[in-house]
Write a protein that binds this ligand. Sequence first.
Ligand SMILES: *Cc1c(COP(=O)(O)O)cnc(C)c1O
Length: 426
Amino acid sequence: MPDLSVPELLELDRRHVWHPYGPMPGRQEPLVVESASGVRLRLADGSAELVDGMSSWWSAIHGYNHPVLNEAARGQLGRMSHVMFGGLTHEPAVRLAKLLVDMSPDGLEHVFLADSGSVSVEVAVKMCLQYWRSLGRPGKQRLLTWRGGYHGDTWQPMSVCDPEGGMHELWSGVLQRQVFVDPPPAEYEESYAEQLRAAIEKHAGELAAVIVEPVVQGAGGMRFHSPAYLRVLREACDAHGVLLVFDEIATGFGRTGAMFAAEHAAVTPDVMCVGKALTGGYMTMAATLCTSRVADGISRGEVPVLAHGPTFMGNPLAAAVACASIELLLGQDWLAEVKRIEAGLRDGLAPAAGLPGVKDVRVLGAIGVVQLDHSVDMAAATRAAVREGVWLRPFRDLVYTMPPYVTGDEDLARIARGVCAAAREG
Ligand SMILES: *Cc1c(COP(=O)(O)O)cnc(C)c1O
């Protein structure tokens, strides 16, 4: 096939290619990206470059086309891009597992490499259910979570996403019915902690696990909450024999100002999911970590194995880049960069608080959120940001940014201007 002109490409895209949460054929024309470098996306018409305010959905923490990550990929490509993981192993996967065990909260010892965040959540749920089955408690198979969460788009993850998000109505009768409590308030409230404790106690007999996103609820509404609730969950889960799962797919690798958000509360979950920034945004890979207690429990069961094994499990190319990305992160003062971005977003987004239609402005770590008092006009908001030279992807009532950690101060100010413009015109 000869090179496609931009109009040809857009027409074929519209007719044949499904985009996230999109209709078929497509109704909103996407921008065509030709290449990306540093914090900039270069569009196919050659003229425009946009500063990326999204890190490609939390993942490209070091920016695009990074020489160290490129070299890791190239080096691994020359050895092997993939081999099956059943009966075989290789250094990139083993090194990655060791890095994850060393950097994650104490007690998480075992790593299951999965091919996407949603799959890592499926595996986390399977671990928890199988743990109780192995211990002779097969009735413990429901999950408890707070509303406003997001855990992915496959079936088990969808069942613990915010039930107000539309998916639950669409799939009522099909989705597993889980136990929901109110969304966590931003500040610590003893009455809410009581609600958590009471719900866990009441349902303990049927609960396999509590699953939450710690400190930041991402795609379910970009809300922040007091880390103290994580301790409440830990204590209540321990008291009533329920496992605790933290989904750190969005929050992991420094985004909130701690390497993992669990550290804000000094809590170790029984199971933890990571993804998104794991490979620095290069390739799809995620991981489910668990404690020895969970692994031993599963291994003592009638079926003493974790029955899961994706074709591309442990993909060497992704694992090699993930190792390089983590080493790049650990080898720099990442916390100083995240704090610098936090300060820049606080300054840059302050003017948004005075805009008509803006309900709230909040910043935590390298995450900046402007919440509107209405549903955002996505097309108008995106256009306004692009006019400022910034790429954003607003949703629901939110215009938000989580820039790459390598974003310089001037580019950061530009991203903030883009967010303000999108909030004004969306
Ligand atoms: C993005 C996300 C997922 C799903 O990950 P995918 O790689 O998109 O399947 C799950 N949980 C959280 C918290 C996420 O942000």
